[in-house]
Design a protein around this ligand. Structure first.
Ligand code: FAD
Length: 455
């Protein structure tokens, strides 16, 4: 029987898995995951624990037939392929800059050994690079991208075999890898959602049946369970967006339409990064290159710790530390605060998110930060500055979200929790006074922006 390796990366699932289907069609399959220290650099303990929990669940869904190795994939994958006498290595396409370069090196090493490198599918409904303007270029504006993306369409979910035959390696989980995974789970500092594909599919069904109808109206509410909270599953490929899109086929109600648009944002940012790999560290649009920034100081640490004295900002940053997740609207508000109240560069915020978010996604994180900074794709002019107080009134009208994450404000009823400075006992339980005056910093940000663009 021919033997293939299936190298799993951002596709930790059994169902709707085109690369798995392709590998199984060719004969016996052995799935492998490589814990690559380079790839994991910058991930904090919560993110690592989420990966460990997901790998454990993936191994179960592969009936234990998942090999886990620690090391540099350019060495590990060819060595394992040789050990097993594999004739091919199958994978889902990686589309981010570092992953693309790594895959090129692995493909080269395999070619030198006469082993095929076969890529099928990607973590997206439409593989980045496919949707193009009439001039053959990538889009930089979301609305036309979304239109072209919908018109392009996507395949039906892939059918994958129920059971897998394949070779048995000398060792399933390398002891060093097992020790790492165990320590990540033991040291997990945050509450994790249930891991694995069955849990992800259950979360999707609950959202689809119970909350999708009100999604379009409620999405920006932080106090309600308004979003799907599927992002952490999508980030590791436990769910594929095509599975969700297939389930919504033919629906044109506001909830489904809005949800598909949000998935399109994920695909858009992946596409932008695919066309502009340099935008990972540099600004996509260079109009603000003359911008001046402050040095990170105690106020930056107050932002990280959720102690700025602005309740919505602090509730979001504390939720990030406690759960590795926060709602989209709150992400925008905390990002705006870092950029436009603290006058710090977007990379600093993106790095903090990369450490803590369990749904961390290189393209979505980088380009959402740049969107708020005004250096990225359309729609967010640099002079749009979120007011953390009026945003709180809209996202959390009764203060329930703020009280949930800030115990020092739990004694303030209703919207009083959003303005503790207006109440004589607002700071009684140690909630910090505001570290800055938003109106003054807003004016300062606008001055800096005007100077940067030469206006
Ligand atoms: P839902 O509202 O249920 O949306 C469904 C799915 O659509 C999400 O799971 C996600 O995959 C996608 N989506 C929704 N909004 C966006 C968006 N603005 N950009 C890209 N995809 C989107 N999302 C990440 O997945 N990883 C990140 O690292 C990340 N970093 C962000 C950083 C900043 C500064 C901001 C403002 C947003 C960031 N987002 C990121 C986007 C968004 O906040 C999250 O995808 C969303 O909050 C996840 O919650 P949900 O699954 O309930 O989303």
């Amino acid at each position: 029987m021919t033997t293939s390796l299936l190298w799993l990366r951002r596709d930790l699932r059994r169902h709707d898995h085109p690369a798995l289907a392709a590998a199984a069609d060719a004969g016996g399959v052995l799935a492998v995951y490589v814990l690559d220290p380079d790839h994991l650099a910058g991930a904090g303990p919560g993110r690592l624990a989420w990966l460990a929990a997901t790998l454990r669940a993936t191994a179960e869904s592969f009936d234990g037939r998942l090999c886990v190795r620690l090391g540099d994939p350019t060495e590990v994958i060819p060595a394992l392929a040789r050990e097993l006498g594999a004739t091919a290595v199958h994978a889902t396409a990686e589309t981010e800059p570092a992953g693309r370069m790594r895959d090129d090196r692995v493909a080269q090493a395999l070619a030198g050994m006469g082993i095929d490198w076969l890529v099928t599918g990607s973590p997206y409904a439409v593989t980045p690079g496919r949707v193009r303007t009439l001039a053959g270029r990538g889009y930089r504006v979301f609305t036309p991208f979304e239109k072209a993306w919908r018109a392009h369409g996507w395949r039906d979910p892939a059918v994958t075999p129920d059971s897998l035959d394949g070779p048995t390696p000398r060792q399933w989980i390398q002891p060093e890898a097992a020790a790492l995974l165990n320590s990540w789970l033991t040291d997990c500092p945050i509450g994790l959602p249930p891991a694995g594909e069955a849990a992800a599919r259950q979360a999707w069904r609950e959202f689809r049946d119970e909350r999708l109808d009100s999604y379009a109206e409620d999405r920006d509410r932080a106090d309600l369970p308004s979003g799907s909270r599927l992002s952490a599953y999508l980030a590791l490929g436990v769910l594929h967006p095509r599975t969700l899109l297939a389930d919504l086929a033919g629906r044109s109600d506001p909830g489904a339409t809005k949800f598909v648009s949000e998935l399109a944002w994920r695909e858009f940012y992946a596409d932008v990064l695919w066309h502009h790999p340099d935008s990972l560290s540099g600004d996509l649009v260079e109009t603000l290159t003359g911008m001046t920034f402050d040095e990170p100081d105690a106020r930056y640490h107050a932002w990280q710790a959720g102690r700025t004295g602005y309740p919505l900002v602090d509730a979001g940053m504390r939720q990030l530390l406690a759960e590795g997740w926060l709602p989209n609207r709150v992400r925008m508000v905390v990002a705006s605060f870092l950029l436009k109240d603290l006058h710090l560069p977007w990379h600093l915020g993106a790095r903090h998110f990369r450490e803590h978010l369990i749904d961390y996604d290189t393209a979505s994180n980088t380009h959402n930060w740049q969107w708020v900074a005004g250096t990225g794709t359309d729609a967010a002019p640099y002079h749009r500055i979120f007011n953390p107080v009026s945003q709180a009134a809209a996202a959390d009208p009764d203060g329930a979200y703020v009280r949930r994450h800030l115990p020092e404000l739990a004694h303030l009823p209703g919207p009083a929790a959003l303005r503790p400075w207006d109440h004589p006992d607002g700071h009684r339980h140690g909630y910090p006074v505001r570290i800055l005056d938003h109106a003054a910093e807003r004016a300062e940000a606008l001055t800096r922006y005007r100077l940067a663009v030469g206006g």
